[in-house]
Design a protein around this ligand. Structure first.
Ligand code: NAI
Length: 421
């Protein structure tokens, strides 16, 4: 593939490319020739990631001709880094990702039994990607619900707080005994709540982390004309954490930037959006029964994990949904599914999640027309009944005719559609 620096033993930075820069106000300045690093990923990664590059290049060329071009640089992580005698997350990979500000990745596996921190967790923390954003929409693919076109919701999952901070004390350890003793003796907690064999996971949630996440979601809603925003949590039970999160979100609505734009009652008018308090269990039920109720969901890390998977399932599964991890300017886009080792190397993996993540990345760069053309092309190819075996078999189950394509044929089909749109 042209203008791609594949790994040749050391990092090679394309001389014609320029780095995206981060401004003091945390916005980004994107040159016409940005350097974008990518991680191929493990398992099906080597099959799906090149299809994303192919499609993104086709979209940029179609919309901007020669006036804009991405300079791709492969950085190693996971299995491929190990095969090259490096750590699973080499220092120079993290350095280049940071220097480049915006990047994209395929799935990375966490080898069972080898220990070590998840590579995804290392990546998220290294650039403080505090919001995980998943736009879930329907493009005509096989789906498990009637009228799936009702689903068009963007889930904002807080990514830097909550039980994922891994402050944990395993049952019957010295740590658990110490924490238990503190709670019983110093804080008056009952032995009924904390029996001797208890395991303890701490759920931290802070005002600062919540508010920066909520601001990002409010800005997204206002910029994209989204009207109905659910702020979701089980605040009735976890008052100090999820309850506080909801209250902080409503406080953000009162800040100068949002006052009069993010409203708490009545019908939102032009340039406005309304926020609603929704309890998590209610939200899960409503997503299935009335997915059209909300355009944006703002929630915490653990609830966001459940909610984004359920929302994705409504349109056929995570394989059809893109995702972006966004911090203060820094952004890492990624496929939402895992490494799918059971189908790796067979050219049957569905590349849509990473292709759509590529489109989302283009939007983030401000190259919206190029992003849109990818969505259009994907929609059009799917509506012709063409796709990888998972898509084709889904169509057949619905009694529709379908053409089965390999991973790379599917990528070609989308890239060609872009050229002919
Ligand atoms: P998985 O998503 O890899 O696989 C679940 C099932 O979905 C499998 O049957 C697989 O064949 C199928 N599938 C997944 N992606 C597909 C695609 N694009 N096309 C067609 N079928 C697809 O989930 P699993 O098995 O739980 O995880 C495997 C590994 O992936 C683990 O090591 C896990 O840690 C890692 N993982 C990495 C993620 C990331 O890098 N963001 C996210 C989720 C899991």
């Amino acid at each position: 593939m042209e203008n791609v620096c594949w790994w040749k033993g050391k990092l090679e930075i394309p001389k014609e490319g320029s780095f995206i820069t981060l401004n003091p106000d945390k916005s980004i300045t994107v040159p016409n020739n940005p350097i974008i690093p990518f991680i191929v990923g493990d398992g099906i990664g080597p099959e799906i990631t090149p299809e994303m590059i192919k499609v993104v290049n086709a979209a940029v060329e179609k919309v901007y001709g020669n006036s804009k071009k991405i300079y791709w640089v492969e950085v190693l992580a996971g299995d491929k880094a190990e095969e090259n005698g490096l750590d699973r997350m080499p220092k120079e990979t993290l350095e280049l990702l940071k220097q480049s500000i915006v990047s994209i990745k395929g799935p990375l596996g966490t080898p069972v039994g080898k220990g070590g921190k998840s590579l995804n967790a290392i990546l998220r923390q290294s650039m403080d990607f505090y919001s995980a954003i998943r736009p879930v929409f329907y493009m005509g693919q096989p789906s498990p619900i009637p009228n799936p076109e009702r689903v068009n919701v963007t889930v904002f999952r807080e990514n830097s707080d909550d039980v994922y901070m891994a402050i944990e004390y395993m049952p019957k350890t010295e740590g658990a005994a110490k924490v238990r003793k503190f709670f019983i003796e110093e804080m008056g907690v009952s032995e009924y709540a904390l029996p001797e064999d208890v395991g303890i996971t701490v759920k931290p949630m802070s005002e600062y982390k919540t508010k920066r996440h909520v601001r990002k979601a409010f800005r997204y809603a206002l910029e994209n004309g989204k009207k109905h925003i659910a702020v979701v949590g089980k605040g009735n039970i976890m008052k100090a954490t999820e309850g506080a999160f909801i209250n902080w979100a409503f406080e953000v609505a009162e800040e100068d930037e949002f006052k009069g734009k993010i409203i708490t009652e009545g019908e939102p008018g032009e340039g406005q959006a309304r926020i609603y308090k929704v309890i998590t269990d209610q939200m899960l039920m409503q997503l299935v029964l009335k997915p059209e109720y909300y355009d944006v969901i703002i929630t915490q890390n653990l609830n966001g994990d459940y909610i984004s998977d359920l929302a994705s399932a409504l349109v056929g599964g995570p394989g059809y949904v893109p995702s972006g991890n966004i911090g203060d300017g820094y952004a890492l886009f990624e496929s939402t599914h895992g490494t799918a080792n059971d189908i790796a190397g067979k050219q049957i993996a569905n590349p849509l999640s990473i292709i759509l993540s590529g489109a989302m990345m283009l939007e983030y760069l401000g190259w919206k027309e190029a992003g849109n053309i990818i969505y259009q092309a994907v929609k059009s190819v799917i509506n012709e009944g063409k796709g990888t075996p998972d898509i084709a078999s889904g169509f057949r189950k619905m009694g529709k005719e379908a053409t089965e394509l390999s991973t790379s044929q599917f990528g070609d089909e989308i890239a060609n559609k872009i050229k002919n749109l």
